[in-house]
Design a protein around this ligand. Structure first.
Ligand code: MF3
Ligand code: CO
Ligand code: CO
Length: 268
C-alpha cells in the first residue's frame, strides 16, 4: 500500500521541480536549434550525433541515450521508413529524405526529451504530408489537454486526425512521464486504450507527446541485427515529433519550444 501511495505523489512536481524541468526543456530545445543548422544533404548521422555529444558536454550536461539500456549513441536518427531508434552511422542525408532527430538531455539531474522531423531539401508530396500530419497531430493533442483530463485525450485526438488524413498511428512505442527519470508513469499511448481512459493528467505532471505517424501500415519491424532500429513493415515513410509537456493548473505548458523551428500552425 505504501508503495502504491508513494509513487504517484512523486510524479506531481511543485514549483522547484517545474523550474528544473523548464531549464532542462529549454536546453534541449536550444540543442535542437543547433542540430537544425546541419540538416543538409551530405551530412552523416554520425556528424549529427557528434554535434549533440559535443554541445551537451560543452554546456556541462549529459546525453541521456548514451549507454541507456546499452544504446550506443547520443541521439536517435530515423530516416524515411525508420520509425524510431535509428542509430547514427556513416549514412549521408540525401535530398528528399525525411529524418527524425530525437534528443534527450539530462540537465542537473532532470530530463528534457524532444524530437523533430526535418525534410532535406525538397520533399515529395507524401513526405510533406506525413511530416505535416505528425506535427499537427502532436500539437492538436497537446492543445486538447486540460488539468485532470484523461490520458486518452491524446490518443483520441491523434488517431482521429491521422486516420482522417489516410495515415496510421504506431502503437508499439509510446510517450511517457519523465522528470528525474527518463521513462516513468504515466504511459502516453498515441491511441486510446482502457488504461489511458482511466488515468488522468494532473497539475505538476511532466510527460511527452510523441506520435509516430506512418504513410502506410501501422505495423513495425525491429531490426534483428542491431536490436534497436524500428522500421515500417511496408517500408513506406514514417514521421514523428515530440515535445516535453508540463501540466499546470492552467493547462499544458510545452517545455521544449525551439527558437528557430516550426511553431504550431507551421506549413511544411
Ligand atoms: N528519446 C526516446 C524517447 O522519446 C527514447 C530513446 S531511447 C534509446 O523516449 F535508447 F533508443 F535511445
Ligand atoms: Co520520449
Ligand atoms: Co525522445
Amino acid at each position: 500500500m505504501l508503495q502504491k501511495e508513494k509513487s504517484p505523489r512523486k510524479l506531481l512536481l511543485g514549483h522547484e521541480g517545474r523550474e528544473k524541468m523548464r531549464v532542462a526543456g529549454r536546453f534541449n530545445a536550444q540543442l535542437i536549434d543547433e542540430v537544425r543548422k546541419i540538416m543538409l544533404p551530405g551530412t552523416t548521422t554520425a556528424q549529427i550525433d557528434e554535434l549533440i555529444q559535443q554541445y551537451t558536454l560543452d554546456h556541462g550536461h549529459t546525453a541521456a541515450t548514451l549507454g541507456y539500456m546499452g544504446y550506443p549513441k547520443s541521439c536517435c536518427t530515423s530516416i524515411n521508413d525508420v520509425i524510431c531508434h535509428g542509430i547514427p552511422d556513416e549514412t549521408r542525408l540525401n535530398e528528399g529524405d525525411i529524418i527524425n532527430v530525437d534528443v534527450t538531455s539530462i540537465v542537473g539531474g532532470w530530463f528534457g526529451d524532444q524530437s523533430e522531423t526535418f525534410i532535406i531539401g525538397k520533399g515529395s508530396e507524401e513526405a510533406i504530408a506525413v511530416t505535416q500530419a505528425a506535427f499537427d497531430c502532436m500539437h492538436m493533442a497537446i492543445e486538447a489537454l486540460y488539468p485532470g483530463c484523461p490520458v486518452s485525450t491524446i490518443g483520441d485526438t491523434i488517431v482521429a486526425e491521422a486516420h482522417r488524413r489516410g495515415f496510421s498511428v504506431v502503437r508499439e512505442y509510446v510517450g511517457h512521464g519523465l522528470g528525474q527519470v527518463f521513462h516513468q508513469p504515466p504511459n502516453i499511448p498515441h491511441f486510446p486504450d482502457r488504461k489511458s481512459r482511466q488515468q488522468r493528467l494532473l497539475p505538476g505532471m511532466c510527460f511527452t507527446v510523441e506520435p509516430m505517424i506512418n504513410a502506410g501500415t501501422r505495423f513495425t519491424r525491429l531490426d534483428k541485427k542491431d536490436g534497436w532500429t524500428v522500421r515500417t513493415r511496408d517500408h513506406r515513410l514514417s514521421a514523428q515529433f515530440e515535445h516535453t509537456v508540463l501540466m499546470t493548473e492552467n493547462g499544458p505548458e510545452i517545455l521544449t519550444i525551439t527558437q528557430d523551428g516550426p511553431q504550431k500552425g507551421h506549413q511544411f
